[in-house]
Ligand binder design. Structure first.
Ligand SMILES: Nc1ncnc2c1ncn2[C@@H]1O[C@H](COP(=O)(O)OP(=O)(O)O)[C@@H](O)[C@H]1O
Ligand SMILES: O=P(O)(O)OC[C@H](O)CO
Length: 420
């Protein structure tokens, strides 16, 4: 990048979970007119509530806290980008500064209707538009690779956000189709076709993908911050397990979670609550509680959070899902899949190829390079998990989960202190 600043190891140790922008959020909420501090003030423009999750606050934080960033911006030597921007920049030896609509739709700076950087949003966050990459479609030839040499000449033809890629990889191409991706976090996306759907239930509006000059496809998304990350925490911080692959065996040593509920609100709660001050709680511990109950409760937490999102989606869309398509690293866990079917009361359908994000990105690249047609892609083989408990038990357990969520709320007082 020659004399351009490259921020190496800027301690983004939790990446999108990073909470350092919490105080930045408090500051920008002061700028909402009429002192309402309404987190949804910008939602009509960008589809997103104000949250440390999205890029705008992270850029604002860098400008405020890293003097070299401010200096570089003033000297017109700063270029911002999402991860895809960074990769394409390096693959083209700094020739191309671009992103695609699906990634741009998570910055809070792109207008969800025009698909362009929005001057009002940029002004609200105090972010100069000249540092932002050019917004392109998700499938087109952007350039060809010039670095590393071994890949030279290969066209770069697809670019898409993580969970949006999985929607395509699951072939949820029609309005009304949905899937959930379970990794570090969990993301349930519901295809709304070419319509920008404004959720009243705490879901976000995101661009799913846009193929060349075709109109964009949008989705409603329920974003859960902590899914697999709770198991990493049990391994790394609590040392209850030494290997995440053990979780299924260990959770199966007990028949149920023993009435233990674990709300892993490590970085607040995302959808549908968007409650920054929530913190993790484990409720219902007795003398009989063993590590196995807590591990099982961590798996159930993923399932209950998915039910929270599904309930919001049903209210928003007015339709019930009859099955839930799932993917991502956590879905190899059969017990988790069975618990998920039990706790939402519909069949869970897992493809044999669970890395559907990569598949979606590959499909887009194939389309962008003119090698395949979207209608030619076949669905992979699937495994199904059907509910094995009754409605009464399911609803009782869900109501206890809601009680546990209630107990996790308003725990972090720092935001209250800032405001006073
Ligand atoms: N057998 C398993 N049971 C439950 N969770 C698992 C299992 N294997 C991996 N995971 C979880 O899946 C996550 C990794 O999935 P992946 O889709 O690769 O996520 P990411 O894209 O966020 O890195 C990790 O958080 C890990 O805890
Ligand atoms: O793979 P995850 O769970 O870390 O997903 C990260 C998401 O793309 C965040 O938007």
């Amino acid at each position: 990048m020659d004399e351009w600043i490259v921020l190496k190891n800027t301690a983004f140790y939790r990446l999108w979970h990073d909470m350092r922008t919490t105080t930045t959020l408090e500051d920008v909420l002061d700028n909402v007119p009429n002192k309402t501090r309404n987190k949804n003030y910008l939602k009509p423009l960008c589809g997103l509530p104000m949250s440390p999750y999205f890029s705008a606050l992270k850029i604002r934080w860098l400008i405020d806290n890293v003097p070299r960033v401010k200096q570089a911006i003033d000297a017109q030597k700063c270029a911002f980008g999402t991860i895809d921007t960074w990769l394409i920049w390096h693959l083209t030896k700094g020739q191309l500064h671009v992103t695609d609509v699906s990634n741009a739709s998570r910055t809070m700076l792109m207008n969800i209707d025009t698909l362009k950087w929005d001057p009002l949003l940029c002004r609200f966050f105090g972010i100069p538009q000249h540092i932002l990459p050019e917004i392109r479609s998700s499938a087109e030839i952007y350039s060809s690779i010039s670095n590393p040499e071994v890949l030279t000449g290969i066209p770069i033809a697809g670019c898409v956000g993580d969970q949006q890629g999985a929607l395509l990889g699951q072939l949820c191409l029609k309005s009304g189709q949905a899937k959930a991706t379970y990794g570090t976090g969990c993301f349930l996306l519901y295809n709304t076709g070419n319509t920008v759907f404004d959720s009243t239930q705490g879901l976000i509006t995101t661009v799913a993908y846009k193929i060349a000059r075709s109109p964009p496809v949008y989705a409603l998304e329920g974003s859960v911050a902590v899914a697999g990350a709770a198991l990493s925490w049990l391994r790394d911080n609590m040392q209850l397990i030494s290997n995440i692959m053990q979780t299924q065996d260990m959770a199966e040593r007990v028949r149920c979670s023993g009435d233990v509920y674990f709300v892993p609100a490590f970085s607040g709660l995302y959808a549908p609550y968007w409650q920054q001050d929530a913190r993790g709680v484990i409720c219902g511990i007795t003398e009989d509680t063993e590590q196995y109950h807590i591990i099982r409760a961590a798996l159930e937490a993923v399932c209950f959070q998915t039910r929270d999102i599904l309930e919001a989606m049903v209210k928003d869309s007015g339709t019930n899902l009859t099955t839930l398509q799932v993917d991502g690293g956590m879905t190899v866990n059969d017990l988790l899949m069975q618990l998920q079917a039990d706790l939402i009361g519909i069949t869970v359908v897992r493809p044999n190829m669970v890395e559907t994000t990569a598949l979606g990105a590959a499909i887009l690249a194939g389309i962008g390079a003119g090698l395949i047609d979207i209608n030619e892609v076949d669905a992979s083989q699937v495994t199904k998990f059907s509910p094995q408990i009754g409605d009464d038990e399911r609803d009782l357990r869900y109501s206890k989960w809601k009680m546990a969520v209630e107990r996790s709320m308003k725990w972090d007082c720092s935001t209250t202190l800032i405001n006073n």
